[in-house]
Design a protein around this ligand. Structure first.
Ligand code: RIB
Length: 301
C-alpha cells in the first residue's frame, strides 16, 4: 500500500490569545495561554494519519522536553517516527498570538534546521517505495529541500510541495519535479514574481515553471486548481473561525492521504476543504484536526 512521507518541521506552539495585537513597542495582556504540538510538517503528517493514511515523518527534534512531547504526540496520532533524528539543543518553537480567529506567528527553527541533506537522502532511500507520496514545506534548510526534490523524483515518488513560509531564496528550478504544488495566493505571486496576475495567469506561470498541477488556496473563499488540463474552482467548507493555525497544513496532509487511496484530486480537495474548515473552528494545530470518521459522517450526510 502507498504511504505518505512528510519531510518537514516539528514545533511546539506557544499560544496566547489577546484582545488585540500589540503595536510596535507595546505590551498587551494575554489570555488563555496554552502549548500544543505544531510545525507545518508535523501538522501535515498528523492530518494525513488522522485521515487514515500510513504516514511516516522525517526530520528532527531537539533533546529537550518539547522534543519528547512532540515525538510522543506524533506517535499518539499514529505517525511513524522511527526515522526521526534527535539533535543536541532546542526543538523548533512557534510563538503564536491569536486574536479573533486571526494569528501572528514567529518560528524559531531549532532542530528543524539541523536536519541535513545527507540524512534526508539516507532516510528517504531507506523508507520509500516507488509511488509513495512525499510532502515538503519550507521550515527546513533550503539545501535539504532543493536536493531532496530531484532525488525523490528519480526514485519515482509523487511530490507535493507546499512552499510555506515562502523564501525569496528558493530556486524555482525545483518546481520541475513537483507533481502537485499547493500555495496560497501570496506564495503564488511570490513564486511567479507577479503581484497583479489573475489566478489563472498565476497558475499558467507556475505550470510554465514546471509544476505539473497547482492548487491556489484562498482561505474562506475556497480555491482554484488544475485537473486534467483545466482550471477549476472549489468552495471552502464554511465554519466560524476560532483559530486558523494549521488549517492550511491540515488541507495539504489530507490531500496526500486521499491520493494514497486512489481518490481523484477533486475528491481529495472536497475532503481537504472539510478538514481545514473544521480545523479552523477549533483551537490549536494538531489537536484541532478532525479524524476520517468525523469527515466521513459529514460527507455522507
Ligand atoms: O502552519 C501552522 C504552523 O506554523 C504552526 O503549527 C507553527 O508551528 C508554525 O510552524
Amino acid at each position: 500500500m502507498k504511504k505518505v512521507i512528510v519531510l518537514g518541521s516539528i514545533n511546539m506552539d506557544l499560544v496566547t490569545e489577546t484582545k488585540r495585537f500589540p503595536l510596535e513597542g507595546e505590551t498587551v495582556i494575554g489570555e488563555n495561554f496554552f502549548t500544543n504540538s505544531g510545525g507545518k510538517g508535523a501538522n501535515q503528517a498528523v492530518a494525513s494519519a488522522k485521515q487514515g493514511a500510513k504516514t511516516v515523518m522525517l526530520g528532527a527534534v531537539g533533546n529537550d522536553l518539547y522534543g519528547k512531547e512532540s515525538l510522543q504526540n506524533l506517535q499518539n496520532y499514529g505517525v511513524e517516527t522511527k526515522a526521526l533524528k534527535i539533535k543536541e539543543g532546542q526543538t523548533g518553537v512557534a510563538v503564536i498570538i491569536l486574536h479573533r480567529g486571526d494569528n501572528r506567528i514567529i518560528v524559531n527553527a531549532g532542530a528543524n534546521k539541523k536536519y541535513t541533506t545527507q540524512e534526508a537522502m539516507t532516510d528517504l532511500a531507506k523508507i520509500s517505495n516507488k509511488g509513495d507520496i512525499l510532502v515538503l514545506q519550507l521550515e527546513m534548510s533550503l539545501d535539504v529541500i532543493t536536493h531532496i526534490i530531484p532525488f525523490a523524483k528519480k526514485r519515482g515518488l509523487f511530490i507535493i510541495f507546499n512552499p510555506a513560509p515562502m523564501s525569496m531564496d528558493l530556486d524555482t528550478k525545483v518546481l520541475h519535479d513537483v507533481d502537485l504544488l499547493i500555495v496560497n495566493e501570496i506564495e503564488a505571486k511570490m513564486l511567479a514574481s507577479n503581484n497583479s496576475a489573475t489566478k489563472v495567469a498565476l497558475i499558467n506561470k507556475l505550470q510554465k515553471l514546471g509544476a505539473e498541477n497547482v492548487i491556489i488556496t484562498l482561505g474562506a473563499e475556497g480555491g482554484t486548481y488544475t485537473y486534467e488540463h483545466e482550471v477549476h474552482r472549489y468552495q471552502a467548507y464554511k465554519t466560524v473561525a476560532k483559530d486558523t493555525t494549521g488549517a492550511g497544513d491540515a488541507f495539504v496532509g489530507t490531500i496526500a492521504a486521499s491520493l494514497t487511496r486512489g481518490e481523484s484530486l477533486p475528491e481529495a480537495i472536497v475532503r481537504a476543504s472539510y478538514v481545514s474548515g473544521i480545523t479552523v473552528s477549533r483551537l490549536g494545530a494538531q489537536q484541532a484536526i478532525p479524524t476520517k470518521e468525523e469527515i466521513d459522517s459529514l460527507l455522507n450526510k
